[in-house]
Design a protein around this ligand. Sequence first.
Ligand SMILES: Cc1cc2nc3c(=O)[nH]c(=O)nc-3n(C[C@H](O)[C@H](O)[C@H](O)COP(=O)(O)OP(=O)(O)OC[C@H]3O[C@@H](n4cnc5c(N)ncnc54)[C@H](O)[C@@H]3O)c2cc1C
Length: 381
Amino acid sequence: MAVKDVQHRSVIVVGAGPAGSAAAQRLAEEGIDVLVLERRTVVGNPAQCGECIPNWGEVVGTFCHIGDNQWLKSYFDFPQRLRLHRLDNMRVFLPSGKSYEFELDAFAGHRLQFDGYLADKAVRAGAEILTNTSLKRLQRQRKANREILVTSEGRFTCDVLIDASGSLAHVARLRHGQDRSVRPEDQVPTIYAQVKGDVPETFDVFLGSVAPSGYAWIIPKGPGFANVGLGVRAGKLKGSLKDHLEQFCKDLNLEILSIGGGWIPMGGPVKRMVDGNTLAVGDAAGLVMPSNGGGISQAIISGCFAAEAIIDHFQTGAPLVAYEKRLRACLGPALKNSLRTKNMGYAFLRGDLITEAVLRILGPIGGIKRAMECEKPLWLL
Ligand SMILES: Cc1cc2nc3c(=O)[nH]c(=O)nc-3n(C[C@H](O)[C@H](O)[C@H](O)COP(=O)(O)OP(=O)(O)OC[C@H]3O[C@@H](n4cnc5c(N)ncnc54)[C@H](O)[C@@H]3O)c2cc1C
């Protein structure tokens, strides 16, 4: 393509994470022309994740309004080769070391393999993915009444744009700067390490001064290997996150093999997910569970719903905002509970003594389990 050329596509997706790949596959299966722009050289690399991947059972358990969606159900039927370790149980540790345990329906994987697998499926369905292609600018051409996507590899226009660019929501940022109605809020810095040593069988979560206004985790990935991480509300930890993570691993006698990090948007869904012809999905729409940082399920569900709204829009002229209505009806209640839990955590879990006391009251009556499963943290609240 010559530098001046502008290529037109029906749908452009920015980002080949789980949200972007799910949307691209769903659209391509309907014969819709779809191009995915991905700034990374290799999809999924580097991984920025604890790598706990939910099974369909976990998804329907959390989002009871999802209904009988056969496309999503089969999408979540991930092949055995991606499943490194079953995560059937989660333990939540109080500062004293006392723990509460409950069931989980998930597995540990490698995001590099997982994201690559999802992207391959989108390509097999007919989508095109351009790697090494970063969206740099949005250029409004008033006379032609069009917006040009200026990327590192050329210029594009499209009928519909999907912002699947992750927590920093690049399309919203380029178009609206710091406008808070379209940007995910409460970006929590997280750091994690791949470790080897004597790791547990269960997904372990640690609360208290080890991770003020956040939590530390160990997610086993197979015999002797785990992903260990730390997510702490910005400004709440004295010293560097990396030092704390290294100390945490040292205390557990775990050897660090590599370190990574990222931002998790913990502020709940953005106020506006549809902006003209642009639909925000996954982390770009602020769909992470604020109380536990999980976002893979919501990324895939939102990618599917966005694609289905676009299909309806092309076929019947239905408005694109139908996407946001459907998504809020399905994910809204659990996300709301999760946000409430996080806010209660910010308000009450201060210091080890108070954290211990509060969790000792909540634990025996199932409050911790309810909070982690994104139900109402207390029956009345
Ligand atoms: C440290 C950490 C641990 C986590 N642990 C878990 C966990 O264990 N389980 C869980 O369910 N969730 C976890 N999450 C959250 C989960 O990773 C996200 O919710 C999920 O990846 C969101 O998917 P997405 O497709 O919306 O965005 P992403 O997976 O972030 O994908 C966005 C894609 O867009 C691309 N991109 C960005 N900007 C541009 C641009 N300008 N041009 C082109 N491409 C661009 C990126 O390169 C990336 O590939 C964790 C997050 C972090 C940071």
